[in-house]
Design a protein around this ligand. Sequence first.
Ligand SMILES: Cc1cc2nc3c(=O)[nH]c(=O)nc-3n(C[C@H](O)[C@H](O)[C@H](O)COP(=O)(O)OP(=O)(O)OC[C@H]3O[C@@H](n4cnc5c(N)ncnc54)[C@H](O)[C@@H]3O)c2cc1C
Length: 539
Amino acid sequence: MNKFLTSFNSKDLPSVKTDILIIGSGVAGLSAAIQAAKYGKVTIITKDKLSENNTQKAQGGIAVALSENDSSEKHIEDTLRVGCGLCNEKTVRIVVEEGPVRIKELIQWGTEFDKQGARLSFTQEAGHSIRRVIHAKGDATGAELERALIAKVRQSANIKILEYAFVIDLLHKDGACFGTVVNIKNGNVGAIRESPKKIVYARKVILATGGIGQVYRETTNSTVATGCGMALAYRAGAKLIDMEFVQFHPTTLYVAGLSRTLISEAVRGEGGVLRNKHGERFMFEYHKDGELAPRDVMSRSILKEMRETADTRVYLDLTHLSYKLIENRFPNIMEVCSSFGIDIKKDFIPVRPTAHYMIGGIKIDKNGKTNIQNLYACGETASSGVHGANRLASNSLLEGLVFGYRAGQSAGKDIDCGKRFDRTSDISNVLDSAGARKLDIGDLKASLKSLMTRYVGIERDERSLLAAQKEINFWSSYVMGKEFSDIRDWEFQNMLLVAGLVQKAALIRKESIGVHYRTDYPEQNGKEWQKRHIELSDI
Ligand SMILES: Cc1cc2nc3c(=O)[nH]c(=O)nc-3n(C[C@H](O)[C@H](O)[C@H](O)COP(=O)(O)OP(=O)(O)OC[C@H]3O[C@@H](n4cnc5c(N)ncnc54)[C@H](O)[C@@H]3O)c2cc1C
């Protein structure tokens, strides 16, 4: 496999340098930047505007053991149970026990969580044994978090921000990373204005590039969630782990033509119920917890119900809830629905499951370090082992906060350790541009998204996974190793690589566990698979 997506020679490209380079500006990247800036000069690179990411879309909230009748032990127990025995217990403990400190810090920095009187307000979500999820402005938790973190980042003279800058490749050699090759779309910082391709040299690089939802036809994710970080790391020789575990969210607003909008789990936590097209409530036929069953069970049950009723959706019914509750807790959901003529006080909301969260990713240790020298990762692009085979609702923002903090601290403290790049030598790559221009990447992208939804989606089996493998290999044979010059094309190359890794891991794991459901192996295969993780790398 070619180790780079673009042709370059480090000696020839214009360059800038920084101490710690952070790629991504969601909860993980911003948290890492705030910490790293205590130790050196930090540059944040982000491919769209600063606030375009999955973080700002988060609705439900952040799970944290802060209520009077809660405890770390209870939160740990719930996380381990939902993770189906595949969580790394030490990591779970770190996230759960450090979470309350990170939340108190956020409050000090001005994050306004919703309150009942003087106390934080906690809501219920699936899998939690107690009301544990704090939220902000009803259903705008992520946006409030992003606002507060951006404000904090902007206060630091040590942090430089580069928006609309796309990281094409990591600058790597012999198992060490020295920076990135970046494409600047609308260059907005001094030295990097005049040419589109630049090198940013860095002593430490932190990948905080988020998830892969865009690899699927239907997703709740932002358009930036194209798996870039995982592909960048993989090409550099990093280990990826648990790639078969893609979480689907059961209730996404389904209106043809509208980008898929999440209808938060908290809506069901507050009493919303699911009905099929005949108006029948069905979830209790599938699970004793009804609408608060784990997400994987919900998604498969909805799929089955859709098949049996020959419908493309099911319906979320909030009509029995008090208007005041809906208005206070879910103002954004109410507004989005009403813009499509759906009055959630009297109409059912059409919903279906879509790709939502990537559990697998770049393998990291408890300080966010990867197996590549100078390279760290945190947030959704990384896999710390906290989620096991199934993520407990609202644990990911918490993980982003805790591991963003840890990666930033660790990269900062280690700033003087590790290999340095000798600029008298060079790193270079040559690719063939012939043929690339003839390809309709838009068409390929749509085909890949459909393929993944159909064959590597909520349910998979050997036949579907092999069919996916055949197509992915065929497309790769003429897309990979070609020189492209556009961000959308590089993104597609990353999506294709990551799709192949999800498919590969899903084919290897011959059992059903958590979010990975094989119709040909519907049971959890305790003996053979217990505690086994699938690691993929190109070394
Ligand atoms: C609709 C929705 C609702 C959710 N609700 C909740 C919730 O209530 N509670 C919860 O805990 N979790 C929730 N999640 C999950 C959670 O929001 C994410 O897991 C989390 O925000 C990921 O944060 P991150 O910092 O890792 O990535 P992101 O916030 O996605 O940020 C990734 C960043 O990387 C940048 N980037 C990517 N590739 C490149 C590249 N090649 N070059 C430069 N920059 C790049 C992007 O531009 C972006 O800034 C939700 C997710 C969605 C989509």
